[in-house]
Design a protein around this ligand. Structure first.
Ligand SMILES: *Cc1c(COP(=O)(O)O)cnc(C)c1O
Ligand SMILES: [Zn+2]
Length: 396
């Protein structure tokens, strides 16, 4: 069962009842975070129970928001492999380099974690249909889980997304609206459609439960490493749900008594053509300003303004982490190296983590004997146009 007890605004602290449908905080328009009864859980739940459970993220059932098992709409998400990167380690002179391969999730990306939990919880709360603005993996993941939960789904995409993505959504029975313009224009259109058709908006961090699904990457890692977190986590950051989610997971894990106070240094990786978090970090800011003219082949990183910006930056500052941007050339080279040297058909965003790691090793910010995890957030299969390419696209 779930030990969810409330929702709390991450900015102003206002509390909300979890049995109702909520989006952003109604006072300050910032994200809401799910809170669980950790004191009770610490006595009631032990990590030794995990191996006998499902390998999906639902083994962390107690710290997920869904109350009734009947409302879990799973496709086998989570529990992805943590791979030792031997050849890359040797080449980089490292000893403990790992890849968490999220490409093995349903629909080929870690977006499955967040949308599985968000769709399941939305269904439980009586939501009748869902809508999302997306130029990437969130679209397919939402449509897959909506199909499984027999909920109507509507996706709003920029007209120039790869056709494979549009076809994937159509295959899941969703309605697709194409918009001339950017993802921001899609967001506006999606709000219109939500009002018109009474659909619930599943945009990242605009409802509280995608974060809960993505935080399970942190729970996974802790278990993968036998409850001793690594020294450094390198994460390709767009809206930041994954990074913020893992950071939340670590606090919960400590409250459970499953890990100690040690935290990894969190590294935000962005593309040079869209790096609002890197800029804000360099300037020591608490919030990031909008990035004009965002352009990169890594569609997951093409997020010019993130509603959870202050949560991303907080995690980076509090962990003594850093933020790095890499060129499209470098991230595509990283993507190729992950495939050629480790057999991991990575997405370009995954390639960006390797490019960032190389820069951080050169600077001496990462030391060769530290335990480092690169997050490959999706499968290269979803990006056929980037495979084997070394130069950025002419339009970028
Ligand atoms: C969405 C996405 C990202 C960015 O994820 P956030 O957690 O929202 O920052 C990175 N990589 C891929 C492949 C994505 O689809
Ligand atoms: Zn608030």
């Amino acid at each position: 069962m779930s030990f969810l007890v409330g929702l709390e605004c991450a900015n102003c602290g206002t509390g909300y009842r979890p049995a109702e449908i909520h989006g952003l905080c109604t006072h300050c328009a910032k994200p809401l975070l799910a809170r669980y009864d950790m004191a009770k859980l610490r006595r009631a739940w032990h990590r030794e129970t995990l191996p006998a459970r499902t390998t999906t993220l639902w083994r962390f059932r107690e710290v997920l928001p869904v109350q009734h098992d009947d409302n879990i709409f799973t496709l086998g998400e989570g529990g992805t492999p943590l791979l030792r990167a031997r050849q890359l380690s040797d080449r980089l002179g490292m000893t403990e380099l790992f890849i968490k391969d999220e490409g093995l999730n349903p629909t080929g990306s870690f977006k499955a974690r967040g949308l599985c939990v968000a769709v399941s919880r939305a269904k439980e709360l009586g939501v009748e249909g869902v809508v999302i603005p997306s130029a990437g993996n969130a679209a397919g993941a939402m449509c897959a889980y909506a199909a499984r939960a027999s909920m109507p789904a509507h996706v709003v995409m920029p007209h120039d997304v790869p056709s494979s993505l549009r076809l994937e959504c159509l295959a899941f029975g969703a309605e697709v609206t194409l918009v001339e313009g950017t993802i921001a224009d899609c967001g506006r259109k999606s709000r219109e459609i939500a009002d018109r058709d009474h659909l619930f908006d599943l945009s990242t961090l605009k409802e509280p439960y995608r974060l809960e699904g993505k935080k399970t990457m942190g729970y996974d890692l802790a278990q993968d490493f036998d409850w001793e977190l690594p020294d450094v986590i390198v994460y390709p950051t767009g809206g930041g749900t994954g990074l913020v989610g893992m950071w939340k997971a670590f606090d919960e894990l400590e409250a459970l008594g499953w890990i100690g106070a040690k935290r990894p240094r969190m590294v935000v990786v962005q593309a040079q053509g869209c790096a609002p978090m890197v800029r804000a970090f360099r300037e020591g800011k608490a919030f990031a300003s909008f990035w004009d003219g965002a352009a990169t082949v890594a569609s997951g990183l093409r997020v010019p303004g993130a509603v959870g910006d202050f949560l991303i930056l907080r995690a980076v500052y509090n962990s003594n982490g850093t933020a790095v941007s890499v060129s499209d050339d470098a991230l595509l080279a990283g993507q190729q190296a992950l495939a050629k040297e480790e057999g991991v058909l990575a997405c370009p965003e995954g390639g960006a983590t390797l490019a960032a790691l190389q820069a951080l090793l050169t600077e001496g910010w990462v030391r060769p004997h530290e335990r480092v995890v690169l997050f490959n957030t999706g499968s290269g299969i979803n990006y056929p146009e980037t495979l084997g390419r070394t130069a950025p696209p002419p339009s970028a």
